[in-house]
Structure formats: C-alpha cells, structure tokens
Ligand binder design. Structure first.
Ligand code: NAP
Length: 274
C-alpha cells in the first residue's frame, strides 16, 4: 500500500504536505536502509530488486572468499565485521533498519552472528534461503549430519569419490585417505587440506546434466558427496547420480536457529518495506 501511495503521489503531482514528505522520502532520503549478507544467488536477486525500489537503499556484504566475485547492483562491502560485536556496531553506525541474511545455507557462523547482532541492535532480521533438495524417485541417498559422518559413510573399501562440497571442509576427508577423490572448486584449495589422492578441478555452476554425467563417467566415479545446498544451479550432479544409479552422501544443513525465514524474494521485499 505504501508503494502505491508513493508512486501515485509522484505521478499525479499532488503538492500538499503529505505528498512532499513522501516525495522527499522516495527521491531524497530512502526510508529503509537494508544490509544484505550475501554470497548466494538469492542475495544477487534480492539486491537487484532493492536497487530498483526508490523506497530502499542498501549495502551488500561479502565475506571476501572469492577473488573475483560476481557484480552486485548495490554498494558492496567486503570482509568480516569482527564477530557479533563488530556487526552490532556496524548496524548502529550505518543506521541499518533491516537485515536480510541471504548467505549460503552452510555459512552457519555469520548467520548466528546476524541473529545475535540484530537482537542486540534491535534491528529486524529475515533469513532468505533456498529450499533444501528432497530425494526423488530413483535417488539413492545416504543422509548424514556433517562432513565427519560423510567421510565415515564412504566406508572402508577404497572408492572413487566425487567430492562436490567446495573447498571448505575438504580437510575433514583426510581421515579417509584410502579413497581417490575428485574435488570441484571455484577457488584453489589449500594443498595441506587435501586428502592424499585428490584431483582438483575448477568450475562454477550452473552445470548441465549431460556434462555432469560425462564427468562422472569419464572419472569412473562410484559415489558422490554433496552438501544439501538446494537450488537449481548445482542440482545436475544429483540428477546425474540418479541417471547412473550412483549413491549420494547428502550432508544435512547446519541448524539455522529461530530467525524468521523465507524462500521467496517477494516476501523479502515485503519485509524490507515493512
Ligand atoms: P561462516 O563460517 O558462516 O563465517 C565465517 C566468518 O566469515 C564470519 O564470522 C564473518 O566474519 C565472515 N563472513 C561470512 N559471511 C560474511 C558476509 N556475507 N559478509 C561479511 N562477513 C562474512 O561463512 P563461510 O561458510 O566461511 O562462508 C563465507 C561466505 O561464502 C558466506 O558469505 C557464504 O554465503 C559464502 N558461501 C559459503 C558456502 C559454504 O558452503 N559455507 C558456499 C557458497 C558460498 P566476522 O565474524 O569477522 O564478521
């Protein structure tokens, strides 16, 4: 309703005091100042919507893990805040009115920090995340709680493993050195983190089903390990495993706390306008 009033008063040129204050809100001083915690496709989609909405201004925050991050439509800050205390100070100093945590579902620490800092600063928080994948007919999943359980689930006998978890947490598989790993990453991993037999390949989604099937066949992969990230960009490896009748070790998401959560960009925009 607020949007309709603001746009309506601009379009018909009403000149009373209400319309002038709405005009100054929309054109000069955006009424909402959002911090989007990013590093995900959802964050990129949301920042595009914020940039196109004259009621809102915002900043996107990235951890700085990738050397060439994709461009965003909002001013971008890079690097950690300095824990809960640093993030709380940032919210207050920058007069942030709303926070959307659109980090990757496995980025548990920054999400916990956001919950604590928003509570301390009295700033409303919404988590925007993609729904997790669910097994479909023909899938052969072993669902496990974490990387350590995934390493155990690979078993004692040596296997050829497609480790599709990114570079973070790869050191957790050093306890199972009997396997031959194929690790796919965006950024080079720390070599000290790698299990002894590990081929590293580089790639950033989206990945096509036929390419994933070809990769799994060419490397004679016997089992796939992945995080339950959800979303379409990385789903082809799950379909490829199904197509080839392979098992998937599916690592469950970390606990996400009790913050309000949505999977929907429109709902996130409604939150920011509230
Ligand atoms: P994490 O363990 O939850 O966070 C570690 C620390 O990195 C945080 O305490 C914070 O430092 C800083 N940080 C994380 N995200 C930040 C952000 N958006 N803006 C500013 N500082 C941030 O995170 P992670 O798993 O290392 O992931 C780092 C980033 O990569 C996240 O933004 C996430 O969206 C993205 N990502 C993660 C994964 C994954 O599997 N974990 C996959 C794809 C993308 P301070 O305490 O100093 O503030």
């Amino acid at each position: 309703m607020g949007e309709a009033i603001m746009k309506g008063s601009v379009e018909v040129g009403v000149t009373d005091s209400l319309s002038s204050s709405l005009l100054s809100c929309a054109a000069l001083a955006p009424c909402r100042r959002a911090l989007v915690l990013g590093g995900s496709t959802e964050a990129r989609m949301l920042t595009a919507c914020i940039a196109a909405d004259p009621r809102l201004e915002g900043v996107i925050s990235l951890a700085g893990r990738t050397s060439a991050p994709q461009a965003y439509d909002l001013p971008t800050r890079v690097g950690g805040f300095g824990g809960i205390e640093g993030l709380t100070r940032y919210l207050l100093d920058e007069r942030i009115t709303h926070v959307v945590d659109a980090t990757h579902p496995f980025a548990a620490r920054i999400s916990a920090n956001a919950r604590a800092a928003c509570a301390a600063a009295g700033v409303p928080l919404l988590v925007l995340t993609r729904p997790p994948w669910a097994p479909a007919q023909g899938d052969r999943w072993m669902e496990v709680a974490d990387n350590a359980a995934a390493a155990r689930a690979l078993g004692v006998a040596p296997r050829r493993v497609f480790l599709a978890i990114g570079r973070q947490g790869v050191s957790d598989f050093r306890v199972a050195p009997q396997h031959d790993y194929l690790l796919r990453v965006i950024e080079p991993p720390n070599v000290d983190d790698l299990p002894p037999s590990c081929e590293v390949i580089f790639g950033r989604g989206p990945f096509a089903l036929e390419d994933e099937v070809a990769l799994i066949r060419d490397r004679r992969i016997e089992i796939v390990v992945t995080k339950n990230s959800g979303g379409a960009l990385a789903y082809a490896k799950i379909e490829a495993a199904r197509t080839l009748g392979l098992s998937v070790v599916m690592i469950a998401r970390p606990a996400s706390g009790d913050a309000a959560t949505t999977h929907d960009i429109d709902a996130a925009m409604a939150f920011l306008a509230s």
